[in-house]
Each structure stands twice: as structure tokens, then as C-alpha cells.
Design a protein around this ligand. Sequence first.
Ligand code: 2HA
Ligand code: ZN
Length: 274
Amino acid sequence: MSILSLPFLEGYIRMANDGFLQGWHERNGGNLTYRMAEEEVAAARPFFKPQPGDWTDIGVEVPGLAGEYFLATGSGKYFRNVILAPQDNICIAEIDGTGRQYRVVWGLEAGGKPTSEFPTHLMNHSVKKRVTNGEHRVIYHAHTPSLIALTYVLPLTDKAFSQVLWQSATECPVVFPGGVGVVEWMVPGGRDIAIATSKLMEKYDVAVWAHHGLFCSGPDFDITFGLMHTVEKSADIYVRVLSCGQGVRQTITSDNLRAIAREFGVVLREELLD
Ligand code: 2HA
Ligand code: ZN
């Protein structure tokens, strides 16, 4: 019996590899974190290091996550290598009783630390744990090319991005009825971008990082990967439309979107519609 056959670890590794195969994780791009359930921590504990890593400042305070355990990709590690050597490229990190520090209890066997975006991930987890009553467990950041391309040509507003993404494939409003938030260009990896993103996560499950990529939140690996996939596919369709070079001749109108929402029993954020 190996820790790698625990279902949550299998699901995490499969998702990381699926993201690589989509072309979203060049080099060390992107990061994935998962808030483990209590029974998953219990099942993994026998495999923890005899001597955990040192307590290290997170850089932000997340008291709502005190005592939680997270699976996380390693800083500078490549998604491409996760499936080959999970123990060297990902880790389990424990949060202390104050929510200010973490320590590595499994993984990163050849050295290293959790993703450079750990502060943003943990602030997002903290918000999502609160607003979903503990339902959301996955935060996923990817360098999705078509969505990144759109951040050079669309206004950097929640309304502009939500409308384009809802209009570019009919089922999008059903998949992310809440719409998407947009963070203007910021230096990655720090406290400021963590705070800006976590503010958006109060109301959205998707945050666009201008000229950088996407953040998605969800309850499990399937739904969170599916959300990233759906948003990026929609962005890709819009890029193809623009590439035809004649502009948009017809589209799904705001009233059409309202009709989809009525039929499928979802609520679209009205301020994002015309
Ligand atoms: O390289 O994606 O945002 C990891 C990242 C930083
Ligand atoms: Zn990134």
C-alpha cells in the first residue's frame, strides 16, 4: 500500500496531468491545491515524514484554515513531471493553529517548497470554505492561452469578460452562471494579488488574471477542471471568431442568455447582462 493509491491523490495527479496535456502548463506554469478532508488526512498520516519540515510564514493570515492540510504543487516544479514522480513535485502542507504558518509533512522529497502562489491559493481557499460552507476544496491556476489572449483586446471588466464567455458557447451560462471576475495586471506570487483575487472569490468561482491566466475554484477535481476547460474553450471560440477578421455579425443576446437561465434553472448575475 502506497500513499499514491489513495483516491484523492490519484484524482489530483490525474487532474495535473490533464492540465499539462491541454497545453496550460508550460515549464513550471500553473499550480493546483486541494484542501483535504479529515478522513483523507487520517489515511495519509501513516505516510507522513518522520520529521516534518520547519514552520514557515505563509505571508498572509488565514485563520479560517487553521489546522487544515493541503495538497499543493511545488514551487518551480513542472506539471509535466507530477505523474512521473509525485513525491518530488507535490507536497502535503499542514497549516498551524493561527493560520500564519505552514510546514511540509509529505512530498518534495528532493527539497523545495509549495507553489509561489500559495498565499493566493490559501486566501482563496479561506474565502471559498466560508462562502460555500466547506463545500469547495480545489483551487486551480493555469496559463490558458486563448483566455490570456483576450486580456489584450477586451476591456478588463467583469462584465465584458462574462458576456463574451457566456456568448461564445451556449452551455457556458449554465456552467458558470455567476460569471467571471477580472484582476488587472499585477505582480504574481505576492500578498497584493492574493488579496485582489480573494475579494473576487467572494462572488465568483473564476478569476481572470490579465496577461497571465485563470483561477478556478470548485468542490472536486472533475468540476474544477471542467470549469477551467469550459472557460478556456469559450475563450478559444471567441479568438477564432475574431480571427475570421470580419467582427461579430450575430451573437447570443442578453435576452437569449436570460432564456437559457430560465430553462436550466440557474441565476445569472443580472449586473453582467445588458
Ligand atoms: O509559475 O504560474 O503564477 C507558477 C505560476 C505563477
Ligand atoms: Zn501563473
